[in-house]
Design a protein around this ligand. Structure first.
Ligand code: ZN
Length: 418
């Protein structure tokens, strides 16, 4: 593998490491069928008890975290309050993200065998977290369909602006990276929903809330978009009622801040799962569905958070290949798929490289990164360990490559990070 040489005579894998390895265009040994056959069939089975049980458990975590914070505020001295609130916001943000992930599962049809149950549960959960359920599920399906496609990708499509531009250099600096992190944390999710920021250029400006957004939806989707908007409006009404009863600051502290943390996790996790300086994005002629799906990167946020987030972070490769598989199946299937894929399986520790993924250039354009040729045997364990150490993290991912066209208006400048 990795014989797709460049003018310098070196392969992408030699220059960038094993994460640059991708299957040949005419791959015979690694196909969707071969990957499916490597997974025990029972892992594809969906369970009402397990899936609905996870919703109930997540709701208990939300309630338990809220009660624990209230108790801590009551018991601890007053100077501890800022610490208690910060801990509450972070952990409740994780709890909200866990529920959000289950609604994402509903949109894929991986929650239960019933489309009706999936849509009711997904609509309720996503609406309660101010996400338009059907609208987002439709565009998320496009993300799965065109993963790492340079022109049709739905989210986090790398910019092709010159890295020599002053604004691009600033975007990759520490100050530029942290500015983008703050902007994405506060505004990123809704900017994506309202303008399709970071998606395919031809779809820029299209809104998830518009039934007539032709680049995102078909005419038959119009009522689903309206139903999604209705869910958002109803939740807005619930929040307005809460403000009238408990006041704006209480609603902000107890709900809006954790919900904003959840939004940031959504943007950051999605970014990290498809962005690494070595992992290629493909032009149309070099892209295949499986190449795109295998350009997904499994990461880890630590065993507890991985578990709380239903393994969306550490079994994402399998999720991209079989999105209708329940998350508890994807987690168990990952070792089988990793063994079958060998060097084509991407894993990167997350803790150290969040910002580096923002500051280092993405691999885009098959002439530079996509390789072709026959499969290599799996790397020896020492090489794999080195690769995991080298490839880690959140700071790296956010600081990596996302350059931006200086000619872009300010509102588009940080699309690099989303
Ligand atoms: Zn998905």
């Amino acid at each position: 593998m990795g014989k797709g040489g460049s003018a310098s005579g070196t392969t992408a894998v030699e220059r960038l490491g094993p994460l640059a390895a991708t299957i040949p265009l005419d791959a015979k040994d690694v196909t969707k069928r071969s990957i499916r056959e490597s997974i025990p069939p029972h892992l594809f089975k969906r369970s009402y008890v397990k899936s609905l049980g996870h919703v109930a458990l997540d709701l208990c975590w939300v309630a338990g975290t809220w009660v624990a914070a209230l108790m801590a505020l009551r018991v601890l001295p007053g100077f501890c309050a800022p610490l208690v609130w910060c801990a509450y916001w972070l952990y409740q943000g994780i709890n909200c993200t866990a529920l959000w992930v289950l609604a994402h599962e509903c949109g894929h049809g991986g929650f239960t065998d019933s489309r009706l149950v999936n849509d009711i549960v997904g609509w309720l959960l996503h609406s309660s977290l101010l996400t338009p359920y059907f609208s987002w599920a439709i565009t998320h399906a496009k993300h799965h369909h065109y993963t790492n496609h340079m022109t049709n990708g739905e989210t986090w499509v790398p910019s092709t602006a010159s890295p020599d531009k002053a604004s691009v250099k600033f975007a990759k600096s520490a100050a530029g990276t942290w500015r983008r992190i703050v902007v994405v944390a506060l505004l990123g999710w809704y900017t994506y929903l309202l303008t399709n920021a970071t998606g395919a250029k031809q779809n820029a400006g299209q809104s998830h809330f518009s039934p007539s957004a032709r680049a995102l939806f078909k005419p038959k989707d119009a009522n689903l978009v309206r139903a999604s908007n209705l869910g958002m409006l109803l939740m807005g009404g619930v929040l307005a009622w809460c403000v009238s009863v408990w006041g704006a600051s209480a609603v902000c502290f107890n709900y809006l801040v954790p919900q904003t943390v959840c939004n940031f996790f959504l943007c950051a996790i999605t970014f990290m799962q498809h962005t690494h300086e070595a992992v290629p994005h493909f032009d149309a002629e070099k892209w295949t569905w499986l190449r795109g799906a295998l350009s997904t990167i499994d990461r880890s946020m630590g065993p507890h958070v991985d578990w709380r987030l239903h393994h969306i972070v550490d079994s994402h490769v399998v999720h991209h290949i079989f999105s209708e598989m329940p998350f508890y199946g994807a987690k168990e299937a990952t070792p089988y798929v990793r063994k079958h894929l060998g060097v084509y399986y991407n894993f990167s520790a997350t803790g150290r490289t969040f910002t580096s993924a923002c500051t280092r250039p993405s691999s885009s354009g098959p002439a530079r990164t996509a390789s072709s040729g026959s499969a290599e045997p799996r790397s020896p364990p020492a090489v794999r360990r080195r690769r995991r150490r080298r490839c880690g993290g959140w700071r790296g991912a956010l600081s990596a490559p996302r350059h931006i066209a200086p000619s872009h208006p300010p509102w588009r400048r940080w699309r690099v990070l989303m």
